[in-house]
Design a protein around this ligand. Structure first.
Ligand code: FRU
Length: 494
């Protein structure tokens, strides 16, 4: 197989990464080795370490010819780059090596399953067909299967669109056989999830339509992921072209989680509940894996795809992943917590208890841009609760980003309007806090260019990028009406 394109990418990234200093990158969120990154791919534990591949254009900080970049880690926080594993160099994937996933074969090899785009989608105005392909490897180098594609664009239900057929998520059943779900666009122009089955990972056949959108949640669905967790079936995906619904879903490309009944033998899934995965601004294309100790861990592309063509500030790289999140189910809801490994990065503990905030308040030691901070906020007098509480961070004389909680409305707003962006991208998102209780608990994770807010122990999450200059590292609390807060703050350091 001709490796010219792959070797070129490997040479390029090795040379080019030298021009990006560690301080220009996030501390523990994965960014591309060079160029551009979008979806997480092939998220897995293989040969004693975590592997994360990613949609990758090594040559430029914009979306372009899709490769698969590769990084490995022992704790999902310290990443080591490995050479790019796939380039768009075959007839069936010359338009791009699109998203996919990974499993381990019985013979010890790792199997990557991905979407090949058969032609240049820019030239063909998005009409290039999409096929599913596999590659095998040893954790370092991978070889595309000579029988590719393993699922052709004709193996879809009648009337469905062969140019919107992608993002296989593969898993194995107890009997060792293989299943994969793919996103596809049926004749009605919305989305559907197709289930495929295989005895060996190489020979595939269509099984059934796993779930149809019927234009309820956006149109085409991208990057599906299915697993069982705490007795429930969980289907995650990223719908394109959504319409807003209350505080839960927003216009544009979003993210969604269905929880429901999964019949293991019949392989049917009946959704019982639906929710946003992340209610912030920047979250898309999530993928999960099972860690060796049995945790279901999710990672996403920390980016609003609709805003990804805007350059808020110039950067030598573009695109990063979220913090990996441990998933669980509680009261019929998906719960997310930052992986517990993050606690090992905590330094410089600063603790405050029962601090009265009535108007403006700054606390000694409460600042920084790589931070893990939990704040619990309650009214000083429950009979006369405060109206509005604000936590301001990434702040200096010019810039700040803030969280505002309105007690009566129970609404939390994330606002990065004054973070230094000069672009008309979405800068604010509000979320209705689901739990109504006197105390609001916020865990705020900052890593230089991002904030992730875990609300009430991960019951809801709001994620956003902020490209504010690093000297903006102050924090401030403000309350309109008296509030009492507890603060547990740590710097996150290597
Ligand atoms: C989602 C997505 C996927 C596709 C990939 C291409 O962000 O559009 O559907 O496989 O990106 O880079």
């Amino acid at each position: 197989m001709d490796q010219t394109l792959l070797n070129r990418a490997i040479e390029y990234e090795k040379e080019h990464e030298k021009s990006i200093s560690p301080e220009e990158r996030p501390l523990f969120h994965l960014s591309p080795r060079s160029g551009w990154l979008n979806d997480p791919n092939g998220f897995s534990f293989y040969k004693g370490q975590y592997h994360l591949f990613y949609q990758y254009n090594p040559y430029n900080t914009v979306w372009g010819p899709m490769h698969w970049g590769h990084a490995v880690s022992h704790d999902l926080l310290h990443w080591e780059y490995l050479p790019c594993v796939m380039a768009p160099d075959q007839d069936y994937d010359k338009g791009g090596v699109f998203s996919g996933s990974a499993v381990t074969l019985d013979d010890g090899r790792q199997l990557l399953m991905y979407t090949g785009v058969t032609d240049d989608i820019i030239k063909t105005n998005n009409q290039a067909n999409q096929v599913q392909c596999v590659a095998t490897g040893d954790g370092l180098t991978y070889t595309k299967y000579e029988g590719n594609p393993v699922i052709s664009y004709t193996d879809i239900p009648e009337g469905s669109d062969p140019s919107d057929f992608r993002d296989p998520k593969i898993w194995r059943r107890e009997d060792g056989s293989f299943r994969a779900i793919c996103a596809n666009r049926p004749a009605d122009g919305s989305g559907q999830i197709l289930l495929y089955e295989s005895p060996d990972g190489f020979n595939w056949k269509f099984s059934k339509i796993f779930l149809s959108n019927e234009s309820r949640y956006g149109l085409m669905w991208e990057c599906p992921d299915f697993f069982t967790l705490d007795g429930k079936g969980v289907l995650l995906m990223s719908p394109m072209d959504m319409l807003p619904e209350g505080f839960e879903f927003h216009n544009g490309n979003g993210n969604i989680c269905f929880l429901g009944k999964y019949d293991y033998d019949a392989e049917t899934f009946e959704p019982e509940g639906v929710q946003a995965i992340d209610s912030g601004i920047d979250f898309y294309a999530s993928q999960t894996m099972l860690s060796p100790d049995g945790r279901r861990i999710m990672i996403g592309w920390m980016q609003n795809p609709d805003g990804s063509s805007y350059r808020v500030v110039p950067r030598p790289w573009y695109g990063q992943m979220t913090v990996p999140r441990e998933l669980s189910i509680k009261d019929g809801r998906l719960i997310q917590q930052p992986i517990r490994e993050l606690e090992a990065l905590r330094k410089n503990e600063v603790i405050y208890r029962d601090v009265l905030v009535d108007n403006e308040c700054r606390l000694e030691g409460v600042k920084g841009r790589t931070v893990d901070m939990t704040v619990r906020i309650r009214p000083a007098d429950p009979e006369h609760p405060y109206h509005k509480f604000i936590l301001r961070f990434a702040m200096n004389g010019d810039y700040y980003t803030q969280l505002t909680f309105r007690y009566k409305e129970n609404v939390l707003k994330l606002d990065r309007k004054f973070s230094g962006s000069r672009r008309a991208v979405i800068n604010q998102r509000r979320c209705l806090v689901r739990k109504r209780s006197q105390e609001l608990k916020l865990r705020v994770i900052l890593d230089r260019f991002s904030v992730e807010v875990f609300i009430n122990d991960g019951d809801q999450v709001m994620t956003a990028l902020l490209y504010t200059e690093m000297s903006a590292d102050n924090m401030m609390f403000f309350s309109d009406g008296a509030a009492v807060i507890d603060v547990d703050k740590y710097d996150l350091m290597d």
